[in-house]
Each structure stands twice: as structure tokens, then as C-alpha cells.
Design a protein around this ligand. Structure first.
Ligand SMILES: Cc1cc2nc3c(=O)[nH]c(=O)nc-3n(C[C@H](O)[C@H](O)[C@H](O)COP(=O)(O)OP(=O)(O)OC[C@H]3O[C@@H](n4cnc5c(N)ncnc54)[C@H](O)[C@@H]3O)c2cc1C
Length: 455
């Protein structure tokens, strides 16, 4: 017998959420979670001892700690240090089933999640498929300027950075050598700042004595931001501090200059062409295309607007969390696309499902803002924690502690701590490996062009 749900009014976007449906069945309710990134993982963890049958669906077999992807891209860490098999996380939890599958659509009326190769029925659904990158309508730039979203992306970026030095070593033409040693990073948010700082360090500290024909310190690292300042989500004093620190490391920071053209040989901005053989894209993210499959009105950035309790308007059994959700706090502020937001939303959606099963009304979501951090390289970072603005070594230690504590798995924490200590003391990079064909061409994928958000 399919479950019957006693219909009660759906919650609205107002301040007082309405009670949710109460399940009228003896079998455990089926909760499907799509995505096991930060939102989905924390939702599943919240349900691990609850009387529900959870199916956790992800098209990858691992949870990825995206904030440290740039460290794989710059050869500090290896892929296995920042990823963890999802199945292993829930090994001992008999009520949680992990499926390696891709969700392609949701049938809200029939309560089904369509997979590329099957379908799943649900009583409750948590959608947490995250986001993808966007090139603001210039998808053709992707082949020339890869971005960072997956382990494959990180390995490709690492390959390009390391190969550029190798090719420059063999190049006798001075102009071409200069082009090979020019790295352009587009986008001055945390990822762009982190990449620029790390590449400057590779050139000036890590590679210094390794080449015979070139001096890696001659490398030109450009960080280009279309807006007026770096780290636009941080307070102006921290943006200025980040810029100072990057310039001190030798990075050329250019703000207020949108890039108008990118190919494998150059970038163009302000009518000027800069020869650059390695361009990296850190400029935009767009919500998962799964949001469009719901058939509901999206916000202007393509996110799914949710009620104050994180449920989908008109569907109290469906929750949307993380980067895909357009959620405002009680002051009307839009929740940013950050890992702590996704974690807290995931936990909150799961808790509301348990309340609904117990016949209690859902609670509105309240974000506990623990602050923002961005690292600029060795012993330098900025941190904004409420009214507290930190920079330099103190901020860097805060960054180290926070990232170690949120990594999944004891082994990963230990290994990352050891790798960081080693690279801090030795100025070396443990994972300086070029993988794949040295002349391989970066694959072009399909990217939704419309929605955009500068990180
Ligand atoms: C390079 C980078 C650096 C970042 N740095 C920081 C930082 O320093 N601090 C910070 O707070 N935030 C940072 N973020 C943002 C943060 O990682 C995201 O806000 C957070 O991961 C969002 O969580 P989520 O659960 O919504 O999505 P995600 O964590 O992206 O997880 C989505 C999951 O859904 C799966 N999935 C997607 N589509 C499907 C589908 N159709 N079917 C099945 N599975 C699917 C994916 O495989 C993935 O596992 C960074 C992001 C990036 C890319």
C-alpha cells in the first residue's frame, strides 16, 4: 500500500511556518536525499539513528571537501586527502542506503526522483545537488580556462600549472617563454585569491632551484577581478589586506577590469591583450540544473526559493538545501553559497522531517554565522568573524584549525595536518605530479549558461 498523507496547509514564505503532513503508516517513512556534499551529508547524519529509511543518492562515490580543492590543484594535497567514500561514512548505519546514481528530474506530484537509469519513490525528499560553474554565456572559454569544482578539475589545473614550467624550460623563444610563465586567474573571490597566492608561492619558493634554463621567479601571476575589489563578500579592510598580501607575494592584482576574451594563448581586458598560456577560471558558480527540473519559479540566479523552514512552497514534504536553495534569514538577508550554510540547512531540513513524522510543526531556519575565511598562502589569511577582523598569522591559524576540524575522516585530518606541516617547514609540495598525457586537451562539458553568481 502506498503511504497516505493527511493533507494540511503548506507552509508559506511568511514568518510562521504551518504544520507539515503527518504520515499515516506503520512502515518507516522513506527519505530520499539527492547529493552527499555538505548539505546532503549533514542531513543524512541527522537521520542516522531515526526511524526512517534513508536513500542517499550521489553521482560520485565520494564526499568532496571543496574548500581544499585548490590545494590539490596546487600540489599541496592529493585527491584522497580531501575526499571520502560515502559508503564508508555510513558503513554502520543500517537505515541508510547509498546509491551511486545521477538524479535527472523530480516528479513532485507522484513523489518520484527520476534517475538516469531508474526511479525512486519518496515520502520526504531533500534536494542538495549543489552548484556548477558558469562562464557567463561564454562556455567556449572553458577549454582554455578550466575552473575548480571536482577532483578531475583540480588534477587538470595541477597538470596545466606544472606543465607550463616544464614547457618553459624547453623553450628558447623569449616571448613564448614569457607567455608560458604567465598565469592569469579570473575572479577575485576566495578561490581566485587562494589560487593566485599558491601559484606565486610555487614559482617563488617551491620551484626556485629545480630548473636550469628558466628562473621560475620570473613567472607572472595575474589576478583579475571585474568588480572594484577582491573578496567582495568581506569587509573592505580585509579586501585591502588580501590585496596587500598578494602583491607582497608578487601577484599582479587588477580590479575593475572585466575579461572580454579568453583563448589558449591570451586573455583580453580593457582593450589590451595579455599573452598567457595558463588561464584559470574562478569567477562564477550557477546552481545545479536539477532546480529547473522541479518546474517551479526560480530566483534570478536560478536557485529554488524555499519557505522559512526550507521546504518547497506547496510541497511540505520536499526540502531544498545548500547552494541550490534561495533562502533568506529573519533579517531578509540572502544566505551565501558557503559550506556552513549547506551543513546547517541539511541538518535543519532533516530535523524538520523528524518533527513532521512526530506530528509537530516545522521550525524556521536560523543561520548561525561562524564567519568567513580566505587564505592567501603560507602563514597569511583573512578572517571575518562577526565584528572581529583578523589577518596574517592569526587568521591563518584560524583557517588551519577550522579546515582540519571539518574534514571528514580521522585519516584525512591526520594526513592533511602532516602534509601542511611538511610543506610549511620544507617549502616543498608533496603532490607535484603531472598526470595524464602531456599534450592532452581539456574536455569541454555542457554548462548551464544562464544563472550566474560571483563568488
Ligand atoms: C573551489 C571551491 C572552494 C570553496 N571554498 C569554500 C570555502 O573556503 N568556504 C566555504 O564555506 N565554502 C566554500 N565553497 C563553497 C562550498 O563548497 C559550497 O557552498 C558547498 O559545497 C555547498 O554544499 P551543497 O551540499 O549545496 O553542494 P555540494 O557540496 O557541491 O554537493 C553536491 C553533491 O551533489 C552531487 N550531485 C549533483 N548533482 C547531482 C545529481 N543530478 N544526481 C546525483 N548527485 C548529484 C554532487 O556530486 C555532490 O556530491 C567552495 C566551493 C568551491 C567549488
Amino acid at each position: 500500500m502506498p503511504p497516505t498523507l493527511a493533507e494540511v496547509p503548506a507552509p508559506t514564505a511568511g514568518p510562521r511556518p504551518q504544520p507539515q503532513p503527518v504520515l499515516d503508516r506503520s512502515a518507516p517513512p522513506r527519505v530520499v536525499i539527492v547529493g552527499s556534499g555538505f548539505g546532503g551529508l549533514y542531513a543524512a547524519r541527522q537521520l542516522r539513528r531515526a526511524p526512517v529509511e534513508v536513500t542517499l543518492v550521489d553521482r560520485r562515490n565520494h564526499h568532496l571537501f571543496q574548500p581544499l580543492l585548490y590545494q590539490v590543484a596546487t600540489a599541496v594535497l592529493s585527491p584522497g586527502d580531501i575526499a571520502y567514500p560515502i559508503r564508508a561514512i555510513f558503513r554502520g548505519r543500517s537505515n541508510i542506503r547509498v546509491l551511486l546514481a545521477e538524479a535527472t528530474a523530480v516528479d513532485l506530484q507522484r513523489r518520484k526522483v527520476h534517475l538516469r537509469d531508474g526511479e525512486l519513490d519518496y515520502d520526504y525528499l531533500i534536494l542538495a545537488p549543489g552548484s556548477t560553474h558558469t562562464y557567463f554565456g561564454h562556455n567556449e572559454w572553458e577549454a582554455s580556462a578550466p575552473s575548480l569544482k571536482s577532483l578531475e578539475d583540480a588534477l587538470e589545473v595541477r597538470r596545466r600549472i606544472l606543465l607550463a614550467f616544464e614547457k618553459a624550460e624547453r623553450e628558447s623563444d623569449l616571448a613564448r617563454r614569457r607567455q608560458l610563465l604567465t598565469f592569469a586567474i579570473i575572479g577575485g573571490g576566495p578561490t581566485g585569491v587562494e589560487l593566485a597566492g599558491a601559484i606565486a608561492e610555487i614559482a617563488r619558493q617551491v620551484m626556485v632551484r629545480d630548473f636550469r634554463s628558466i628562473d621560475p621567479r620570473e613567472a607572472r601571476v595575474l589576478l583579475i577581478e571585474a568588480g572594484p575589489r577582491l573578496l567582495p563578500e568581506f569587509a573592505p579592510d580585509l579586501s585591502a589586506e588580501a590585496r596587500r598580501e598578494l602583491e607582497h607575494k608578487g601577484v599582479e592584482v587588477r580590479t575593475g577590469e572585466p575579461v572580454t576574451y579568453v583563448d589558449r594563448e591570451q586573455i583580453r581586458l580593457n582593450g589590451q591583450s595579455i599573452p598567457a598560456a595558463t588561464t584559470l577560471w574562478a569567477a562564477g558558480v550557477a546552481p545545479s540544473p536539477l532546480g529547473r527540473m522541479l518546474g517551479v519559479a526560480l530566483d534570478r540566479r536560478g536557485r529554488v526559493p524555499v519557505n522559512v523552514d526550507l521546504s518547497l512552497p506547496g510541497h511540505p514534504e520536499v526540502y531544498v538545501v545548500g547552494d541550490l536553495a534561495s533562502c533568506r534569514d529573519k533579517l531578509g538577508r540572502q544566505m551565501p553559497g558557503l559550506a556552513p550554510v549547506a551543513m546547517q540547512e541539511g541538518r535543519h531540513a532533516a530535523a524538520n522531517i523528524l518533527r513532521a513524522i512526530a506530528g509537530r510543526p516545522p521550525r524556521p531556519f536560523r543561520y548561525f554565522d561562524k564567519g568567513m575565511l580566505a587564505t592567501i598562502g603560507r602563514a597569511a589569511a583573512v578572517a571575518q568573524i562577526g565584528p572581529l577582523h583578523l589577518s596574517g598569522l592569526v587568521a591563518w591559524w584560524t583557517w588551519v584549525t577550522v579546515h582540519i576540524s571539518y574534514l571528514i575522516g580521522f585519516r584525512n585530518r591526520l594526513v592533511v595536518m602532516l602534509e601542511w606541516a611538511w610543506s610549511y617547514l620544507s617549502y616543498q609540495r608533496a603532490a607535484r605530479l603531472i598526470t595524464g598525457d602531456i599534450d592532452a586537451v581539456y574536455p569541454v562539458r555542457e554548462i548551464p549558461a544562464e544563472s550566474r553568481e560571483a563568488r
